[in-house]
Design a protein around this ligand. Structure first.
Ligand SMILES: [Zn+2]
Length: 815
C-alpha cells in the first residue's frame, strides 16, 4: 500500500520531482529576490533534514527549502506545559503527525498537509485524482520567499513558527477566560532547536494573555495573567518503505488508524482499520526467537527521582517478556536520556516525568505514520502526584498507631509491613503501583489500548485500570497480592499478535483462538465486565469485597493514624478515599444491572456476540447496591467526625475534601447524599432504564421491578432504630425520589421508560399521602416529598432534571 501510494502522489505532482533545478519558471521570473549567497551572507547555515539560518539582526528564522513536492511529516507539540488541571496543556504533549509537502506559489511557499484518511488505493491516475479532488487538504502555512538560488529558496518562517495553532483552541474549549496571543512577546527558543539528518526541530516561546483568568489558573501564572508556553515544531523525514501494515482485529485491543479506501470493491468494506505498531524485523528470520534488526529504543527522563526511577525502569522492561513470546529477544531497550535532550525530538522516545501539584493523569502518547500505522515515536508520561494518592490510600489502610508489634501477630500477611521501618510497607506499595503505571503507559506507546475486563482472569493485563487487590480476612487487611509484578496473559497475547513476524491470517487468527481458549477476553467497552479499578472473576462480588475492606478502613481511620506533629486537617484530604473506597465496586455492580455482554465476535470464532446478563446476577448486583444505600453504610462514626477539620486559615483548599452544605463544618448528611447519588443516579440512567425495559421472561428484572425494589428498600423500609439512622434513611429516600423524577424529566428518556416511572411516582405519592409520622422532621420530609411529587406530576413546566449541585471528590485516577 505504501509504495503504491507514493507512486501515485508523484504522478499527481510530477514536475518538482523530475525538475528540481528550475528556478526560472515563468511565474517566478518577475519576482526580484536576492540570491541565497547574498541573503545569507554572515549567517550560519544549520545543516540537516530541513536546513535553516537565524538572522539575529532582523529577527528572522529562514528555512531553506529545495525538495518541493516531496512528502515529509510535520507536527506541532508543547515543550513546556501550563501546569493546569483545567486545560490539557502538558509538557511534552505532541500533536498528530500529518503528511505534508512544500509547494511554491509565486512569491510564497505553502506548507500543505495532505489528506491521509481518504485513500484512492488505485493505480489508475484518473481514479486517484477523483478521490484527491473530492476531499480537502489543509494549507498550514504560507511563507514569503526571501532568496532563491539553483532550485533552493529561503523562506521567512518566523510568523508561522511564532503563531499558535494548538493552545488557544484548548484554552477556549476549557473555558478558562478570554485568552489571546501576544506575538510581540513570542520568540524562537534556541536551546531545543536543531537540524538533524532525519528531522528538524524548532521551538518557540508563545505568549498568551488574559484579563480574566479564573483564580485556579491565575495561581499558576507568575504575574497572574500572562502564560508563556514553548511550542515545538517537528519536521520529520518520511520513514523508509518496507513497513508491513496489519489489519485490525476486534478481538485484540490495538490502537488503530482509520482509513477510507475508495478502491475497495463495493462488496468489501470501504473502511479499513490498520493496527499501530513499531517496525520490528527479525535479524534471523528462520529462528523461532531472534534479536531484532533494530530494537525499540526508549530513554528514561533524567528528572525521575530514585527509588521511583528503578521501579519505572524495571516495569517498562516487563514488556520484553511479551516480545520473547512474539519471537524477539531484547526487542525493547531502555537507556538514560542524554543531557539536554527532549522527547519532542524525533530521535528520543521514552518515559517522561510530569510534575503535578494535584491528582491527575499519566498518559502514553504515540506518533504514527498516518498512512501505515507505523509507530515512529512514543512517550509515556508519568505524573509525579500518583505516589501521593497511593500513599494517602495506604495511610488509610493502617491500624491506628502504625507500626505496632501486634500487627504481625494479627495478620500474617501484613508481617512485611510491621518488620523494621514502618515506612517500608508504604514505600513498597507506592512503588508497586508506580511500576504498574509505568508498564501501563509504556503499553500504550507500544500500540495497546485498555482492557478493563482483564482482572476477570487474574492479573490479566497491566492495560486494565487496577485497584489494589485487598481483601478483608478476620477483620484484618490482606495486601500480599496488592499489585501485579509482571505483565499479564492478555498483554502477551496482544504483543504476540501485533508483533509476530507471521503474516498468514489463519496463523494470526490461531494466536487469538489459542489465547481465548485459555479464558482471555477482550470484550467491548460497553460490556459490564469492562470495569475499572475492580478485581476478580466477578465484578459484582468486588462490591461486596470493597464493602468489607471499607468497614475495616473506617474502623482504622482517624487521628491515631497521624504521626506526632502532622496537621489533623490532612485527614480531610484522604477521608474520601476511605468513605468512598467502594465507589468502583458500586460502578461495577451498576454495569451488570440492565447489562449486556458484548464481544468483538468474528464469524466462525464461536464467540457469543451479545447476551443479557442473567436475571439472577442482575438482582444480586441490585441487592448489593441497595445494601450500600442502607443508613448504617452511609453513616460516619462520631469518632471520625470529631477529627475532620478544614485546612488551617491562610492555606490553599484541597479538591480532595467533601463539599458541605454546612459550610466549613463537615456535613455527614452532605457526604451521605454524595454517596447515595453515586449509588442511585447511574442506576437510573436513561439508557440503562431503556435496557431494563427490554427485559422479558418470568424471572426478568424489568424496569418496573427494579424501581419497585429501589422504592421498597428506601421509602418502604421499616422504621430505623435511631434518629441518626432515620435521618440518613431520609437522605436515601430523597435521592431516590429526585433521581426518579430526573429520569422521567430527561428529554433523552424513552417513552416506555417515562410511562413506567410516572406510574411508580403516582403510586409513591398515594402511599406517602397516607403517612403521618409523629416525628416532626420525618413528617416535614414526607410532606415535602408529596408536595414535590404533586408539582411534578401535575405541572409539566416544573419537570426539569436537577442541575448537579454538589460534586463528589475526584475518583479517578486512583489505585
Ligand atoms: Zn491508559
Amino acid at each position: 500500500m505504501t509504495t503504491r501510494l507514493l507512486a501515485l502522489l508523484m504522478l499527481l505532482h510530477p514536475a518538482p520531482q523530475t525538475a528540481p533545478a528550475a528556478p526560472a519558471a515563468p511565474e517566478h521570473a518577475t519576482i526580484a529576490v536576492a540570491t541565497i549567497a547574498d541573503r545569507a551572507r554572515g549567517l550560519t547555515r544549520q545543516d540537516g533534514f530541513l536546513p535553516y539560518y537565524w538572522d539575529a539582526r532582523k529577527g528572522q528564522f529562514l528555512l531553506e527549502i529545495s525538495r518541493f513536492g516531496e512528502e515529509f511529516l510535520y507536527g506541532a507539540g508543547l515543550a513546556g506545559g501550563a501546569g493546569l488541571l483545567e486545560a490539557s496543556l502538558d509538557r511534552g504533549q505532541s500533536g498528530a503527525l500529518g503528511v505534508c509537502r512544500f509547494e511554491r506559489s509565486g512569491p510564497r511557499v505553502l506548507l500543505v498537509q495532505l489528506q491521509t484518511t481518504q485513500m484512492s488505493g488505485a493505480d489508475d491516475p484518473e481514479r486517484a485524482r477523483a478521490v484527491a479532488e473530492s476531499f480537502p487538504i489543509s494549507v498550514r502555512a504560507s511563507m514569503p520567499v526571501e532568496a532563491e538560488e539553483g532550485g533552493r529558496v529561503l523562506v521567512d518562517a518566523t510568523a508561522f513558527l511564532l503563531a499558535d495553532s494548538q493552545v488557544l483552541p484548548i484554552l477556549r474549549a476549557s473555558r478558562v477566560g478570554d485568552w489571546k496571543q501576544d506575538v510581540a512577546r513570542s520568540a524562537i527558543h534556541f536551546d531545543r532547536t536543531g537540524a538533524f539528518p532525519r528531522n528538524t526541530e524548532i521551538e518557540a516561546v508563545q505568549t498568551f494573555v488574559c484579563d480574566n483568568p479564573p483564580p485556579a489558573v491565575a495561581a499558576v501564572l507568575p504575574d497572574g495573567h500572562t502564560m508563556s508556553l514553548r511550542a515545538h515544531h517537528s519536521f520529520w523525514k518520511m520513514p523508509e518503505p518496507g513497513f508491513r501494515t496489519r489489519i485490525f482485529d476486534p478481538r485484540v485491543g490495538i490502537i488503530s488508524v482509520r482509513r477510507v479506501d475508495h478502491a475497495a470493491r463495493f462488496t468489501e468494506p470501504i473502511e479499513k482499520y490498520l493496527t499501530t505498531r513499531w517496525r520490528l524485523q527479525k535479524k534471523d528470520p528462520s529462528a523461532a526467537v531472534s534479536e531484532p534488526v533494530q530494537p525499540i529504543v526508549y530513554y528514561l527522563d533524567r528528572a525521575i527521582p530514585e527509588p521511583e526511577r528503578t521501579a519505572i525502569r524495571q516495569a517498562a522492561l516487563w514488556w520484553n517478556h511479551a516480545f520473547e513470546e512474539a519471537g524477539f529477544r531484547n526487542a525493547f531497550v531502555l537507556k538514560d536520556l542524554p543531557e539536554g535532550a527532549t522527547f519532542l525530538d524525533a530521535r528520543y522516545s521514552g518515559i517522561e516525568w510530569i510534575n503535578r501539584a494535584e491528582r491527575a493523569w499519566s498518559v502514553g502518547d504515540i506518533q504514527v505514520d498516518p498512512r501505515t500505522g507505523e509507530i515512529l515515536h512514543g512517550v509515556a508520561r508519568i505524573d509525579s502526584h500518583r505516589r501521593r494518592t497511593t500513599a494517602r490510600m495506604w495511610r488509610n489502610l493502617q491500624p491506628p498507631e502504625r507500626g505496632r508489634a501486634c500487627l504481625a501477630g494479627d495478620a500474617p500477611d501484613l508481617a512485611f509491613l510491621a518488620a523494621g521501618d514502618p515506612d517500608a510497607g508504604e514505600e513498597k506499595l507506592v512503588l508497586e503501583r508506580l511500576a504498574y503505571l509505568s508498564a501501563h503507559e509504556v503499553g500504550h506507546t507500544l500500540g495497546l489500548e485498555h482492557n478493563w475486563a482483564a482482572t476477570t482472569f487474574g492479573w490479566g493485563s497491566v492495560m486494565d485500570y487496577l485497584a489494589p487487590h485487598i481483601e478483608e480476612r478476620n477483620g484484618a487487611l490482606d495486601l500480599s497480592d496488592a499489585y501485579p509484578r509482571d505483565i499479564g496473559s492478555y498483554d502477551r497475547l496482544a504483543i504476540a499478535w501485533a508483533y509476530t513476524a507471521e503474516e498468514d491470517p489463519a496463523r494470526l487468527d490461531a494466536i487469538i483462538r489459542a489465547a481465548y481458549a485459555k479464558g482471555i477476553v477482550y470484550p467491548l467497552e460497553s460490556d459490564p465486565r469492562w470495569a475499572e479499578y475492580d478485581w476478580g472473576p466477578d465484578p459484582v462480588r468486588w462490591l461486596a469485597t470493597t464493602q468489607a475492606v471499607r468497614r475495616v478502613i473506617l474502623d482504622h481511620f482517624g487521628a491515631g493514624q497521624l504521626q506526632r506533629g502532622e496537621w489533623v486537617s490532612s485527614l480531610q484530604e484522604r477521608f474520601n478515599l476511605a468513605y468512598l473506597y467502594h465507589r468502583f465496586g458500586i460502578q461495577a455492580a451498576q454495569q451488570f444491572v440492565g447489562g449486556q455482554f458484548q464481544t468483538g465476535a468474528v464469524a466462525g470464532d464461536g464467540q457469543t456476540p451479545v447476551a443479557w446478563v442473567p436475571a439472577a446476577k442482575q438482582k444480586e448486583a441490585l441487592d448489593l447496591l441497595l445494601a450500600a444505600l442502607e443508613p448504617e453504610n452511609l453513616d460516619i462514626p462520631d469518632r471520625i467526625l470529631a477529627a475532620l477539620v478544614p485546612e488551617p486559615s491562610g492555606t490553599a483548599p484541597t479538591r480532595e475534601r467533601f463539599a458541605s452544605d454546612a459550610g466549613p463544618a463537615f456535613d455527614r448528611l452532605t457526604a451521605a447524599r454524595t454517596l447515595a447519588a453515586l449509588i442511585v443516579d447511574p442506576l437510573l440512567d436513561s439508557e440503562r432504564a431503556a435496557r431494563l425495559s427490554l427485559a422479558s421472561g418470568p424471572d426478568a428484572l424489568t424496569l418496573d421491578a427494579a424501581l419497585g425494589r429501589l422504592v421498597q428498600s428506601t421509602w418502604g423500609a421499616r422504621a430505623d432504630g435511631s434518629e441518626r439512622l432515620a435521618g440518613l434513611r431520609r437522605v436515601a429516600q430523597r435521592e431516590t425520589l429526585d433521581a426518579m423524577m430526573d429520569l422521567a424529566a430527561r428529554a433523552e428518556t424513552a417513552p416506555e421508560v417515562r410511562a413506567v416511572v410516572f406510574a411508580r411516582l403516582e403510586r409513591l405519592r398515594s402511599e406517602l399521602r397516607a403517612r403521618t409520622p409523629a416525628d416532626p422532621a420525618a413528617a416535614a420530609h414526607v410532606r415535602q416529598a408529596v408536595r414535590d411529587l404533586s408539582d411534578f406530576l401535575e405541572k409539566p413546566e416544573t419537570r426539569k432534571p436537577r442541575a448537579r449541585r454538589i460534586e463528589a471528590p475526584p475518583g479517578r485516577p486512583i489505585g
